[in-house]
Each structure stands twice: as C-alpha cells, then as structure tokens.
Design a protein around this ligand. Structure first.
Ligand SMILES: [Zn+2]
Length: 341
C-alpha cells in the first residue's frame, strides 16, 4: 500500500514519546480525560475513577452497583472519545476509526515508552481534503487512470497513441516528484481523453502521494483575469497565487480562450514561475504544433498562447499526442457508454 509506505516515511517525524507532549494539545486531552475519570469515579463512589468501586478493581462494595460500574465505564469511554475527537481529524462523522476513535492520534507503547503516533486515517482524510480543494469540476470527478477507456470508433481499431498516453501518465504519477521533466503536455483532437488523463493524474497524486493539486480551465482563467481589469473584486494575485503555488497544476484546454496581450503576460508569469520553481504542470490542448506528426487542423498552439509560452511548455513538459475518434461525439449517440472526458 502506498499509504503504508507514506506512513513509514512520516513515521520518525510523527512519532514521539508521549512525555514530549507536555503542555501540548494532546497532553491537555490526556489530563482532561483523567479528570473525567475521577469525576465519573466519584459519581459512582470511586475516587480513582478507574471504573471500579473500591479502587482496586476487585470488589463491588460501597455505594455503587454493578449496573453503575458498567455505566461508568461506558460514560468514560464515550466522553474521552468525544474530547479526543476535538483534537484531531475525525474520520467519517458517524463511524470513527477503530484504531484512534476519530482523534487522528494513537497512543502506543514501544519498549515500555508511551508514544503518540499519527493514525493512517488522518493522513487519508488529509489527502481527501486536498483533493476536494483541487477544484475538479463535477463532470470530471469520476476520472481515474484505471477508468480510462481505450475507445475506438466502430469502424477502426484502438489508436495505439491512447494506450501510450495512458502508460505515460501512469509513469508520470509513479515517478513523481522525480520526473525527468516536471510536466506533461497532452495534445490531440477533442474527445480523445486528454482531460480525463490529466484529472486522473491529479487524483492519483493527491490520494497516493499527498500532492496538493489545482485544476484550472484556461478559458475561465482568462475571463477571470480579464474581469479584474478596472473593476472591484478578486485581484490578479488572488487568482494566480493558488495556481502558482500548487504542487501540481492541471491547466485544461490551453489556448481555447483568446487572451489579450496583458493577460498573456500574466499567463506567462504563471507558467514561467512554475517552470523556474520546478512545480509540476499538466497542460491539455486541442491545438497542434508545427512539429506534430498529426495534421494541423487548428491554429498552431504558438499563435494561441504566444511563442514564449509555447517555448516554455516544450522545455518543461513531456509531450504526449493522442489520436483517435471523438469519444464524446460518439457517446452522444450511444449514451450507454461511460464517459471518457
Ligand atoms: Zn484512525
């Protein structure tokens, strides 16, 4: 399991003797749990609060009863869990993790020393939150590498470029962050599955490697930036900075919107900063390049995004060409087929 490996990698940083937590939130939690035990023990006639009425766990004498003892244990358990839940990342709201009871931390004992350790469920939930913040449109949220369909039109075989593209994207995910080039440029006609593969990589990296990613549609981004011109609302930095800083950016449909020269300057800033800081970017585009083996059915990419952005793209990205029929067009007349975005 990738997650298990990650746990081991994080192990040294996230495991510490419980004594080192004096004054920390966890220490307060343990103190409060002890106080609760004492209160509940007092309520049921036991100062030690250990659930037993005579303090040594062996008797049933005193003012309490067997039913009271059972109730004390139940209260102690549920209340401690509730307090602990305020400290960490609770797992599914109605089904707390059995290992940490929804706190995100486990108390373990190693060589007689009490330690605290981050529970695997906390990391899993952190990654799910990363993914939720990535801004993937609902239309593409189902996209996974395993779910990429090697579709072909009824009158033709599967184009080998699709299988190659799927493998190349999987390799990019597997090698991350040690990729020879820090980006991918997925080029090809509409409906061949470029966005599907780009989103699949984003999802896999967020869930398997804890990578913070962002999805941005090029046309929407251009419009958003243009709307900042001379009007109140989000400023250019507010729009661009999350995209500049994300570990992984998917910029979809590059060149689809025609940007004015000053917007193009800002887009160059975005692309170039990510290039200089070696952050991974996956671009998809329907536009072709004069060097492509496929016929130039559209305006060349350089004409859509400027020569200097095009030049950066090829420096920072491994180019992947997809060919084949338009799956979305086919799907329109065959709605029983699942989506390949
Ligand atoms: Zn847990």
């Amino acid at each position: 399991m990738v997650l298990d490996c990650q746990e081991k990698r994080l192990g040294r940083r996230e495991v510490a003797p419980a004594a080192q937590w004096a004054g920390s939130g966890l220490d307060r939690v343990r103190h409060q749990a002890l106080q609760n035990r004492r209160r509940e023990g007092a309520r049921f006639g036991n100062e030690n609060g250990d659930g037993y009425e005579n303090g040594n766990g062996s008797g049933r004498s005193g003012s309490g009863s067997a039913a009271g003892w059972v109730r004390a244990r139940h209260l102690r358990s549920s209340r401690d869990t509730a307090i602990l839940s305020t400290m960490g990342e609770s797992s599914a709201a109605n089904q707390p993790c059995e290992l940490c009871h929804g706190t995100g931390w486990m108390l373990v004992s190693e060589d007689g020393v009490e330690m605290v350790r981050r529970c695997a469920c906390a990391e899993r939930e952190r990654r799910q939150r990363l993914l939720a913040r990535a801004g993937i449109p609902p239309r593409y949220q189902h996209c996974t590498l395993e779910g990429f369909r090697l579709w072909h039109p009824p009158d033709a075989d599967v184009d080998p470029s699709l299988r190659h593209a799927q493998r190349a994207v999987q390799k990019f995910v597997d090698l991350y962050p040690e990729n020879p080039k820090q980006g991918l440029l997925l080029m090809g006609p509409v409906g061949t599955g470029k966005t599907h593969l780009a989103v699949a990589a984003l999802q896999a990296l967020a869930l398997d490697k804890g990578v913070s990613g962002r999805f941005a549609d090029f046309t929407a981004l251009v419009l958003e930036i243009q709307m900042t011109f001379g009007s109140p609302g989000p400023r250019q930095e507010q729009i661009l900075e999350p995209l500049v800083k994300a570990d992984l950016l998917v910029l979809d449909e590059l060149g689809a919107g025609k940007a004015s020269p000053w917007v193009m300057d800002l887009l160059y800033y975005l692309v170039n900063t990510r290039y200089l800081e070696r952050r991974a970017t996956i671009f998809t585009t329907n536009f072709t390049d004069p060097t492509d083996s496929s016929p130039a059915t559209f305006e060349p990419l350089a004409d859509r995004v400027s020569r200097r952005i095009r030049s950066r793209l090829f420096e920072m990205c491994h180019k992947i060409e997809l060919r084949g029929g338009d799956f979305r067009k086919f799907q329109f007349s065959h709605p029983q087929y699942e989506k390949n975005a």
